[in-house]
Design a protein around this ligand. Structure first.
Ligand SMILES: C[S@@+](CC[C@H](N)C(=O)[O-])C[C@H]1O[C@@H](n2cnc3c(N)ncnc32)[C@H](O)[C@@H]1O
Length: 400
């Protein structure tokens, strides 16, 4: 059963308020009892007592203002949506979401990227950003990310930032995907490593999801299973194995569903393709990958004459191989039925491995126009084989 539209909008709103990414919320088409009320505007505001949200109730001839803390703000907004106010428009740092109630009572939700990256403007002093993952979470300490005072340990500030940013992005993507609401979600993390981001997903979703990490290095699997046990993560487990040969159907007995959400973050080279192929084959609704060390295509790159002089230089070859690899992946995802977004998920100042590809299942696979463009693109760069294309049985074309 698809998530009701109103719940999906509320999930986006909750995530934005909790993550401190709300830029503004506007409620319109007032149908409540007060005939003078027109709109409600909500913006973040920093008070001495901490971050709050300024509510401006706009009446025909006056404004009424009230500041509420996060929980009170959500409690005040939830009953209004789709009832007193038929429409709502949410802007966060990265997204915009428009909720509309139609005259026949049905609701519609349109989610898009923010027109420009916007940072939430807070009216007074800078406020400490509230994070989705509490800094004093014991698992962050157990994995060596934070110290006893809940601060990033030396050398772990970038990892800490990446964990928080990932949790924020994932919460937006989860709200956008059409995920089941009548049972716990199943989430697979392929190439889970030391589990930083797998634990972040488990902490974010709580008992809404069963999370499973797959990792080639057995010692990391043992560590993660121990930390999960010690920190009472009943729905989180890890298995040692290779992504390509891991049989989702052979998972432990308590994990019965194929993944609704599949993530693979910094899985090396073609392991990203193996993971994407697993997710597509099992019908995952949301795929999120952060590719890493794209080596496969570099030996195949054949410079078209116009690029030959540029591609004499190793660094341009390397960057072109990265671009061609990830662009092909994004196009293959579209061809396989996923609306695809490619974006930087954390500033390059903190890590070079910052590209993220997200696919949300949205349309029937196999568009022939898309297939033709894909082949043309591959041929332009001399690419004959690519791991994800091979997994999907997609031939990149006939070369002379
Ligand atoms: C750079 S780490 C990233 C770990 C984690 N996803 C993160 O972003 O923090 C990549 C991990 O993927 C694992 N890995 C790479 N290829 C794999 C494969 N084919 N099957 C299973 N694990 C793999 C490596 O052992 C390593 O622990």
């Amino acid at each position: 059963m698809p998530a009701p539209t109103r719940d999906r909008f509320l999930d986006l709103l909750r995530a934005a308020i909790r993550a401190g990414t709300l830029v503004k919320l506007t409620l319109g088409k007032h149908r409540g009892t007060d005939a003078t009320l027109r709109n409600l505007f909500v913006r973040p505001v920093a008070l001495k007592s901490g971050p709050h949200f300024a509510f401006v109730w706009r009446h025909a001839t006056r404004d009424v203002t009230k500041n509420l803390a996060a929980d009170a703000a959500l409690a005040a907004l939830e009953p209004l949506l789709g009832a007193d106010f038929l429409d709502a428009h949410l802007f966060t740092a990265t997204q915009s979401a428009q909720f509309e109630t139609q005259p026949d009572g049905r609701a519609r939700l349109k989610v898009g990227q923010a027109p420009d990256p916007i940072s939430p403007k807070v009216r007074t002093h800078d406020r400490a950003k509230s994070h989705l993952i509490p800094a004093d979470a014991p698992w962050l300490r157990a994995l060596g990310v934070t110290n006893d005072r809940g601060q990033p340990r030396e050398g772990m500030a970038d990892k800490y930032r990446q964990i928080q940013k990932f949790a924020e992005l994932l919460s937006h993507l989860l709200a956008e995907a059409d995920l089941p609401v009548d049972r716990p979600l199943s989430v697979s993390d392929m190439g889970s490593g030391k589990g930083y981001l797998t634990f972040a997903v488990a902490a974010l979703l709580g008992d809404r999801a069963t999370i499973h990490g797959v990792e080639a290095r057995a010692e990391l699997v043992d560590l993660c299973n121990r930390v999960a046990r010690d920190n009472n993560f009943a729905h989180l487990s890890f298995t040692a194995g290779r992504i390509a040969s891991f049989e989702i159907a052979n998972r432990e007995p308590e994990i019965v569903n194929p993944p609704d959400v599949l993530i693979a973050l910094h899985a090396c080279d073609t392991a990203t393709d193996d993971a994407l192929a697993k997710g597509i084959a099992t019908g995952a609704k949301l795929l999120v990958v952060a590719p890493c060390c794209q080596k496969e295509l570099r030996p195949q790159l054949t410079a078209p004459p116009v690029l030959a002089d540029a591609l004499r230089h190793g660094i341009f070859q390397e960057r072109t191989a990265e671009f061609v690899t990830d662009a092909l992946r994004a196009m293959l995802l579209e061809w396989a039925g996923y609306k695809t977004k490619v974006f930087e998920f954390i500033s390059t100042e903190h890590t070079a491995k910052n590209l993220m590809i997200a696919g949300i299942k949205s349309h029937p696979p196999g568009d022939p126009t898309q297939a033709a463009r894909l082949r043309e693109f591959a041929m332009f760069y001399g690419i004959r084989t690519q791991q994800l294309a091979a997994h999907l049985g997609f031939s990149l074309g006939q070369f002379p």
